[in-house]
Design a protein around this ligand. Structure first.
Ligand code: AMP
Ligand code: ZN
Length: 143
């Protein structure tokens, strides 16, 4: 159950209780087509366990998520769909755009003129000292 008391849709898919177009399943993760694809072939890779944030996954689950993401990338590049490139995207937290509170890695084909864009302010190039100071603070909190 989610914190809202509703059964999580990705949990239901992982258990085979909700409709999904599966592309992969193993002991740790499952992968299926997104019902609202950015481009044809848009896949979601999700852990079987209900975990909201990537940071809460066990290492083997996180590793499998990326491994299967790579398999899917290979499949997309294999010719079944229009695919000139691939994006991997993961929204962690509501502020980051996460709508389903069960970890999911988006893997979707890209091609010229597909209309997908990530908007943001990419204009700033901070001084090296600022970057170094921030890197040091982050290093101090890494495992
Ligand atoms: P996000 O905005 O990163 O949380 O992405 C949630 C994604 O889940 C969206 O792309 C939805 O289209 C997708 N989605 C929601 N419900 C389902 C479902 N039942 N089957 C497949 N994809 C879903
Ligand atoms: Zn869930």
């Amino acid at each position: 159950m989610t914190r809202h008391g509703h059964e999580c849709v990705f949990c239901r898919i992982a258990r085979g209780e909700a409709e999904a177009s599966l592309v992969h399943g193993d002991d740790l993760v499952t992968a299926f087509l997104d019902i609202n694809p950015v481009t044809p072939g848009h896949v979601l890779v999700v852990p079987r366990r209900h975990v909201a944030s990537l940071g809460e996954l066990e290492d083997p689950e996180a590793a499998r998520l990326m491994l299967v993401g790579r398999f899917v990338l290979g499949a997309l590049r294999g010719g079944a769909v229009r695919c000139e490139g691939v994006n991997l995207f993961l929204a962690d937290g509501e502020a980051a755009g996460q709508e389903v509170s069960h970890v999911h890695l988006h893997v979707f084909p890209r091609f010229a003129g597909d209309g997908f864009a990530l908007h943001g302010d990419w204009s700033r190039f901070p001084p090296r000292a600022e970057l170094d100071a921030l890197a040091a603070r982050l290093r101090a909190t890494l495992p």
